[in-house]
Ligand binder design. Structure first.
Ligand code: COA
Ligand code: MG
Length: 292
């Protein structure tokens, strides 16, 4: 989670080549959209999709919904031009695909600096290659330096399955160790972390289950492919009513005069420490920001 909580529960990919989908953006309740120039756009449409970016941002809805652009890899034939076109639109962030090393992020940051991009323009990184997983600690560490602009990781689960040859099972048993590694790295670097997409977009029950599990694993939100997935993601990644009530009782207990200065207290038969108070305050701030 970043310093001032910015909800990223539901982050919808919208292909830059799909006018009908683009027209829907302002009516959607997602926390962020990723305008995609990469895998959702066929090679023949790459250039025309890029040319649409300026028009898409000219009609951007208010700042409530973050707008991010996913470019093609900077090493690809489209990447450099995508990056320049994206930064001219002043998106909230540019999402870098196929990041392998810290250098991939640092070089992108240098281009933003060289083009006088405002400090508010951030970088997000896809974690979707074997190399990214091997280098994830040093990549995440960049999050500790605001000058790097890195604020968020997005798990690219389809690419990880493709690149490693693991079997994609409904319970994600072979992916889970790597997803947990991402959680650990993101927390070490102070980054937000979004889970990968759920391909079977007609199965909303299975989708909701995967969201609940991802929230329990420590993810901040989920990347989405279809508007029908927004509601369940918003619900799963918001603090539950029970969690909010529990946090309030911890806060209230420490506020009692008799507990002033105590490091540890008993509450309803359970040990509660000041670290739980800090956790409760964080959760309440998150709930307030979401309006939960
Ligand atoms: N963003 C915004 N609107 C979307 C959308 C999206 N990602 N996906 C679908 N819609 C819209 C459709 O345009 C359609 O609009 P309409 O009611 O005006 O016709 C409506 O939602 C219902 O769509 P539906 O018919 O259920 O789906 P579809 O068959 O048109 O599209 C996909 C299915 C998967 C092709 C489409 O959802 C998609 O392209 N998703 C994003 C894929 C992507 O970006 N992948 C890269 C990252 S993994
Ligand atoms: Mg990918």
């Amino acid at each position: 989670m970043t310093e001032t909580y910015r909800p990223r529960r539901s982050v919808l990919y919208v292909p830059a080549s799909n006018d009908k989908a683009l027209a829907k953006i302002s009516s959607l309740a997602c926390d962020a959209v990723i305008i995609d120039l990469e895998d959702a756009v066929a090679p023949a449409d790459k250039v025309s999709a890029r040319e649409k970016l300026a028009g898409i941002f000219a009609n951007r809805p208010g700042r409530r919904c973050e707008m991010v652009v996913r470019i093609n890899a900077r090493s690809s034939e489209w990447g450099a031009d995508d990056f320049l076109a994206a930064l001219r639109c002043e998106p909230d962030a540019i999402l870098l695909p196929k990041v392998d090393t810290p250098r991939d992020v640092l070089e992108a940051g240098d281009v933003l600096d060289d083009n006088f991009a405002p400090d508010e323009m951030k970088l997000w990184a896809m974690i979707e290659t074997p190399k990214a997983l091997l280098n994830i600690g040093p990549i995440a560490e960049l999050g500790r330096d605001p000058a790097s602009r890195l604020v968020c990781f997005v798990a690219g689960t389809n690419d990880l399955v493709k690149e490693t040859g693991i079997l994609a099972t409904p319970d994600r048993r072979y992916l889970t160790p790597w997803l947990m590694q991402m959680v650990l790295a993101a927390r070490a670097g102070g980054l937000d972390l979004l889970d990968g997409v759920f391909n079977d977009f007609r199965d909303l029950d299975a989708f909701a289950r995967e969201c609940t599990e991802a929230a329990a694993m420590g993810f901040d939100g989920k990347s989405l492919i279809h508007p029908a997935q927004i509601e369940a993601a918003n619900r799963a990644f918001a603090p539950s009513a029970e969690a909010v009530a529990e946090a309030r009782s911890v806060k209230d207990a420490f506020a009692l005069a008799e507990n002033a200065g105590k490091g540890v207290i008993a509450l309803n038969g359970k040990m509660v420490e000041r670290l739980h108070l800090a956790q409760a305050e964080k959760l309440l701030a998150k709930a307030a920001a979401i309006g939960a």
